[in-house]
Design a protein around this ligand. Structure first.
Ligand code: AP5
Length: 203
């Protein structure tokens, strides 16, 4: 059975961590606007480059992001969508191009979000995500090549959370009012959060 799963949550809620595992579990595509934009940071668009928006913690303009999502979903049999929609206009665009089987909201307290993001490190070779306190690799070669994302400095993190509250919380409300949203407590261990999400997807 194909799955079309939408994972919503604030920056740092664990969307990337969980989406990767879910896409493997259900053998579907992992569609993430954040990664797609990071891979095309210096692409020239009529609005400028994605980099200028991302480094400030602001949203990249809708036409750029909508095009990425439409192309990715048109090729996918099933998917886990992560990082989109981030405002009501994107939510409307999404409902025009696909149906969804599950909409999951990962709920995490704001101070926990800040600590997760400022402590996050990424392996540039594999894309694997670690954390300086919660999930540090044993292998020294991996430790040495880990990098911090440019937008994970505390000041930018605070701005991303402000943008989230202003633009993306209305999207959560929109799905909640439609009765489609299932909330999952995102503050347990990554393994427990994963089990909770798969319970939602499979019921
Ligand atoms: P994007 O890449 O989408 O970032 P985000 O939504 O801000 O989310 P993150 O990737 O930062 O967090 P996450 O929820 O994936 O957390 P993770 O699993 O890594 O977007 C970046 C930028 O791109 C935006 O600011 C914007 O400029 C632009 N953009 C993207 N999409 C856009 C759109 N649709 N429209 C316009 N602009 C767009 O986890 C975080 C940390 O916590 C990790 O270190 C991890 O190890 C740790 N962790 C995870 N789970 C747990 C757990 N259960 N317990 C303890 N630690 C945990």
């Amino acid at each position: 059975m194909s799955h079309r799963i939408l994972l919503l949550g604030a920056p740092g809620a664990g969307k990337g961590t969980q989406s990767k595992k879910l896409a493997e579990e259900y053998e579907v595509d992992h569609v993430t606007t954040g990664d797609a934009l990071r891979a095309n940071k210096d692409m020239e668009t009529e609005f400028g480059t994605p980099r200028s928006f991302m480094e400030a913690g602001e949203l990249v303009p809708d036409p750029v992001v909508n095009e990425i999502v439409e192309a990715a979903l048109s090729d996918a049999d099933g998917f886990v969508l992560d990082g989109y929609p981030r405002n009501l206009e994107q939510a409307e665009f999404l409902s025009d191009i696909t149906d969804l089987d599950a909409v999951v909201f990962l709920d995490v307290d704001e101070e926990e979000l800040v600590s997760r993001l400022t402590g996050r490190r990424m392996d540039p070779e594999t894309g694997d995500i670690y954390h300086v306190e919660y999930d540090w690799p044993d292998d020294e070669t991996i430790q040495e090549r880990l990098v911090q994302r440019e937008d994970d400095e505390e000041e930018t993190v605070r701005e991303r959370l402000r943008v989230y509250r202003e633009n993306t919380e209305p999207v959560i409300e929109h799905f909640r009012e439609r009765g489609d949203l299932v909330e999952v407590d995102g503050e347990a261990s990554p393994e427990d959060v994963f089990d909770r999400i798969t319970d939602v997807v499979e019921t």
